[in-house]
Design a protein. Structure first.
Ligand SMILES: [Zn+2]
Length: 231
């Protein structure tokens, strides 16, 4: 298979690993080019006005992301640094433009992003921005658009929201250890079992998604769009 260009659009640092870390490591192994765009800074909501503590946290989180990307082999990383949990106070167009800037540079064939039914408002608006930036107009490079699940947001949503049921699975049996090591870089974001954002829960979900389709471990995605030239 020829080299493919992959773009991940995540709302916060760690969403990219939780959502599709194992899949990204597989893309890299196959020789694909992977670019991760993280829109939000990931710490704002916890430190109202405590600028100094926030800056130190921000720096630590950025280092964690860089370390995690190194473990997965991801070649390109862009931070946008929008404030956390406040995408709804921004003009959607500004988020769309941020996605478009990277998209126009990368020309991705495959895009992974958030599920529209997540509890987190930033996740939901990220999907809206990606849908707007990846409108399937003639000559648009994006041929596959997939939504991932993020533990402690996707399954915590209002039950009346659109639930996540995966329609595409990527076998990550070989890369699950990399995903878990990458997630371990985000020490401040992890919680102890039985929290949904614990390493044990992340591992369980991977095995459950795998067992759902007859493999050791998998990541599940909702296919938003898949455009084929050939059957
Ligand atoms: Zn998030």
């Amino acid at each position: 298979m020829s080299l493919r260009k992959v773009l991940v659009v995540a709302a916060h640092p760690d969403d990219e690993v939780l959502g599709c870390g194992g899949t990204l490591a597989r893309h890299v192994q196959q020789g694909d080019n992977v670019h991760v765009l993280i829109l939000g800074e990931g710490v704002m909501s916890r430190y109202d006005g405590r600028r100094k503590a926030k800056n130190a946290d921000l720096e630590r989180l950025r280092r964690a992301t860089a370390d995690a990307m190194k473990i997965l082999g991801v070649q390109h990383l862009t931070f946008e640094a929008f404030s956390d949990n406040s995408f709804d106070r921004m003009a959607l167009l500004d988020i769309v433009k941020a996605v478009e800037r990277v998209k126009n540079k990368v020309h991705p064939h495959i895009v992974y992003t958030h599920h529209g039914g997540d509890l987190n408002i930033d996740h939901r608006l990220t999907l809206q921005a990606v849908l707007a930036a990846c409108r399937p107009q003639p000559d648009d490079p994006v041929k596959e658009l997939h939504a991932f699940e993020v533990v402690s947001s996707t399954e915590w949503a209002d039950p009346s929201m659109d639930g996540f049921s995966p329609t595409m699975f990527v076998d990550i049996s070989a890369t699950l250890p990399q995903k878990l090591r990458a997630m371990a870089c985000y020490e401040t974001e992890l919680r102890n079992w039985p929290h949904a954002r614990s390493l044990k829960a992340i591992e369980h979900l991977a095995h459950w998604r795998g067992a759902s389709v007859g493999c050791e471990a998998a990541e599940g995605f909702r296919v938003i769009r898949s455009i084929r030239k050939d059957a």
